[in-house]
Design a binder for this molecule. Structure first.
Ligand code: NAI
Ligand code: MG
Length: 340
């Protein structure tokens, strides 16, 4: 039985995790869950933000299901999430954005952003000089670029996507981003020939505009770490808000699934969190574990739910609380399950 390391985190994290576990239990998938704490909860109990035991549990699990975590205002803080991404070499961050109902989306978006997850600006290596100048190091390697490009094309062909767009800033970063772009077209040639997948490239600033103005232009986007972080929040906002955005962090041997949103302290404890992003992340996990029927049931039921305004969550102007929404979703899934 696959072992799932569950890390609810804090804020709305435990709320959306509880809802999602309820849905998973109801689906009757055979998974063995083991819960762990990280972040401030772990620091108060163990003096570290993530213990060796938790890291070991994450490493030996078949998947990690992660809620959300508040970033404490401390200089010595190292994010357990970043630590897991590095230690487990979770090099690909997959962030789909899908408009389920145009009545609450800004544009009819259906795009998957494949973001390089290990380098770029996120080494956070900054050096301060006497004259109030800070220099930040940004690493871009051929190895990491090629690996994420390969992953994006493989993802596109496995998910019946027609086009991959490379998003970069090669007009300014003429060595690093130009290398990324060149490697992209080197790979694109093969996929055009064997898999009929089209390709093009767009500058990151223009991509931000096109997402809002011509969302049809995009199918799969492959991009570097910081660009992907920013564009995926934009895509989430365009398709209903952060509560709708799922993500997967994939490595060769490990995988972590989490919603894009943070701990949302402004709505925590108020039964106001939209658990959709978390549930869609769990659906990505089920696909990863080769349980596609259950993944399909979650996705299709969520889409159905949002066609009816009575099921709308509070973030999109509805009245459905987290718990009520979860109950209704389980009912919808059970009805659907009979016909699939
Ligand atoms: P946030 O994503 O927590 O919230 C941004 C806005 O979106 C808020 O108005 C919030 O109410 C809303 N929102 C977020 N998730 C929602 C949901 N499921 N349903 C309905 N509305 C939702 O970002 P923010 O406020 O910048 O960060 C809060 C804390 O979370 C910070 O400490 C931040 O560092 C941390 N954070 C953690 C992440 C993670 O655990 N992966 C990712 C992003 C931020
Ligand atoms: Mg972000």
């Amino acid at each position: 039985m696959p072992k799932i390391c569950v890390i609810p985190g804090d804020g709305v994290g435990p709320e959306v995790i509880d809802s999602t576990l309820e849905v998973l239990h109801n689906l009757d998938v055979n998974l063995d869950y083991e819960k762990a704490i990280v972040g401030t909860q772990s620091f108060e109990k163990n003096g570290v933000y993530i213990t060796k035991e938790t890291l070991e549990l994450a490493t030996t699990s078949d998947a990690i299901l992660f809620g959300a975590l508040t970033t404490p205002r401390r200089r010595d803080y190292v994010s357990p999430l970043l630590l897991m991404r590095w230690n487990l070499d979770l090099f690909a961050n997959i962030r789909p954005a899908l408009c389920m109902n145009i009545d609450f989306c800004l544009v009819p978006l259906d795009v998957v952003i494949v973001r390089e997850n290990t380098e770029g600006m996120y080494g956070a290596e900054e050096e301060e000089f006497d004259n109030n100048i800070v220099i930040t190091k940004r690493t871009i390697s051929e190895y990491a670029c090629q690996r994420i490009i390969d992953y994006a094309f493989k993802y596109a062909s496995e998910h019946d996507r027609k086009k991959v767009t490379c998003v970069h800033k090669a007009n300014v970063l003429r060595t690093s981003d130009e290398m990324f772009k060149k490697l992209f077209y080197g790979t694109a040639v093969n996929f055009a020939f064997y898999n009929k997948i089209r390709s093009d490239d767009v500058l990151v600033d223009a991509a931000a505009m096109y997402l809002a103005k011509e969302p049809d232009k995009f199918d799969v986007i492959v991009t570097l770490n910081l660009y992907g972080d920013i564009l995926s929040d934009e895509a989430g906002g365009l398709s209903g808000g952060l509560g709708f955005s799922p993500s997967a962090n994939i490595g060769k041997d490990h995988a972590l699934f989490e919603p894009v949103h943070g701990s949302a302290p402004d709505i925590a404890g108020k039964d106001a969190a939209n658990p959709t992003g978390m549930m869609l992340s769990a659906a990505m996990m089920l696909d990863h574990l080769e349980l596609p029927r259950s993944a399909f049931l979650i996705r299709e039921s969520l889409k159905n739910m949002f066609q009816d305004k009575n099921n709308w969550t509070k973030d999109i102007g509805g009245e459905c609380g987290t718990k009520d929404f979860t109950e209704r979703l389980i009912k919808t899934i059970n009805e659907k399950a009979d016909s699939y």
